[in-house]
Design a protein around this ligand. Structure first.
Ligand SMILES: [Zn+2]
Length: 270
């Protein structure tokens, strides 16, 4: 990390608010300052690209190369939470347009260390959220480089937090390639087909399974009716036909969704 990026982190660290918690959770904690943007908090300035925008995605392990600024020691619970300098290196260009870097913005990604709800009488929602983050999360801070015109609000970089890792996405494929080389990580280019495959997969799966089940049920019922009451076959005939149509379309859509998903779910190599 270069000097200017380190300075952005140091400045952010100077702005943390120390607070002493009593009661259910007891410790001295530092609350994340405003200058560090959270992805769950859009009003804080971060705006992700639309989910339909192609991007290169990287699955990042938070602990790798990270460095602890602060480890909070809880007096009554055997779990530590902390603030870390994230171990990812960002190539020294604007991550959206590749122009020279003019500024760094600090972002916080969190990994939940334990579940729970905060049962303290906080009236200030923002304060309560910050305290809750300090109690339940390991907080990783990253400095992201931008030109003068771009920022975390420019819809050019995406972040996703899970319980074990982060997914970082860049809409600039060239920047993504450099990021992958610098951090020795394999990224994938998520194109429109992949976005479509991922988005529609579950939806189509539910619809097609429903069609298969209903089709199978109707087919069985109509078939039973046809065989037991031969004289009513005129009535049961069309319903058996439509049941079979439903069943076969269900199987068709299911097969096609599965094929489309298997083919496109991973995206292209960078
Ligand atoms: Zn830029």
């Amino acid at each position: 990390m270069n000097q200017q990026a380190s300075r952005a982190i140091v400045e952010a660290l100077k702005k943390v608010t120390p607070i002493k918690l009593e009661g259910q959770y007891r410790a001295q904690v530092s609350l994340t300052p405003h200058v560090v943007k959270k992805i769950s908090n859009y009003e804080g300035g971060y705006k992700p690209p639309s989910f339909l925008t192609p991007r290169c995605e990287f699955k990042c392990k938070p602990a790798k190369n990270s460095e602890a600024f602060e480890n909070i020691k809880w007096t009554n619970i055997p779990v530590t939470t902390g603030i870390y300098r994230g171990g990812l290196n960002f190539p020294e260009f604007c991550c959206i347009c590749m122009r020279p870097v003019e500024k760094y913005e600090v972002i916080q990604l969190g990994i939940t260390k334990r579940g729970g709800t905060l049962q303290l009488p906080f009236t200030d929602r923002e304060q309560a959220e910050l305290i809750s983050d300090a109690i339940f999360l390991d907080r990783f801070w990253y400095t992201i480089p931008f030109c003068n015109e771009d920022s975390l609000g420019s819809e050019g970089i995406s972040f996703k937090e899970t319980d074990t890792h982060f997914i970082i996405g860049f809409i600039n494929r060239e920047y993504g390639k450099l990021f992958g080389e610098l951090n020795k990580m394999e990224g994938m280019w998520i194109n429109k087909s992949t976005i479509l495959a991922r988005t529609l997969f579950k939806f189509r799966l539910v619809i097609s399974i429903f069609a298969i089940l209903m089709g199978a049920l109707f087919t069985l019922v109509s078939f039973a009716e046809t065989t037991t009451t031969a004289q009513q076959s005129d009535v049961s005939g069309p319903s058996l036909f439509w049941s079979l149509v439903l069943l076969l379309s269900g199987i068709g859509v299911f097969g096609w969704s599965l094929f489309f998903w298997i083919k496109h779910r991973k995206g292209e190599n960078l």
